[in-house]
Design a protein around this ligand. Sequence first.
Ligand code: FE2
Ligand code: ZN
Length: 358
Amino acid sequence: MNAEALGNVQVTWPDGECINVPTLWLRDVCPCEECRIAQTQEKRFHLATLDSVSIETLTVSDDQLCVTWAGGHESQYRRAFLSGDHARATPRWEPWSDDYSPAYVDFKSFQANDSCAETAIEEFLRSGVLILESAPTEEATLELLAKRLGPIREVLFERIHNVKVDPNGYNVAHTNLGLPPHNDFASYSWPPSVQALHMLANEASGGRSTIFDGWGLLEEFRSDEPEAFDVLCRVGVPFREFDKSNETYACEPIIRLNARGELVIFRYSNQLMQVMNPSDPDIAAFYDAYYKLSRRLFDTDKVRRFRLEGGQILIVASHRILHGREAIDDAGCRHLQDAYFEHDNVRNMLTVLARSHD
Ligand SMILES: [Fe+2]
Ligand SMILES: [Zn+2]
């Protein structure tokens, strides 16, 4: 590769605006028919096929840049193409305000009306929560949500999980005990990122649902306790969920960040967390940090509590929002079904909905 390949190209548009772009980038993004697959809009040209890259001539006119490359290939770029961010922006998450309460949307409107679905999904991406009401109370109604949330993300156990008080149940949810804030399937290295909880019937007393803005808490924790936050990003924690015919296990940190330091997964499940090795050199620092964080989770001001009635579906962005349940006093006819979806699919669904009116 010659030295010029590592250089930049400066383009000055007739109105004086100037852009400076890497030469390799400019060659890589050539939009011509030879370099793209017209049918799919995918890239066909591959940089690795070049022995070197250098520019022979460069012409700027009103809104167009023309480049002739050494070797003779010609590229034409529209100005908007060179400066554009081609991804469609979808709403970013926002921490809950003090007076936050979840939005309720009619199930039938959400399913049938695109503009209602669009507004509801935008709200879901911001707050991490949506409650659908007046849904059918038949089993497997959650299958219908694939129209809006994308395909069901299956995990071991059941495709659609049933939660009833059951003396043979494999999980604390099948008892009448209260459930502290958690997310499901911490025992997967990529746990389901959206969870829908559909109440088919609720004639029990007690058992109010609880939700908690986990990422909101983590951002506060990061600024108040940066060292403890860092320990929770670093130390792997074992989680396991199993029964006679299923076994799921993952050893992952409580907090996962992306390369930009943004939150990706808050993994929190007291019930699935396994015994950690006490001779691990990080164990004392981990437990100190984990205790501090867990105490904050029991700050009752931040929990939202409500009774989920028959025909209501609570949907949560489950890498962010923790859910739980108060103890059930009397288990009379309470039946909940759970299914999982993926956050990427929900976000992309919004883009598809928006396309239809753009
Ligand atoms: Fe759960
Ligand atoms: Zn080309």
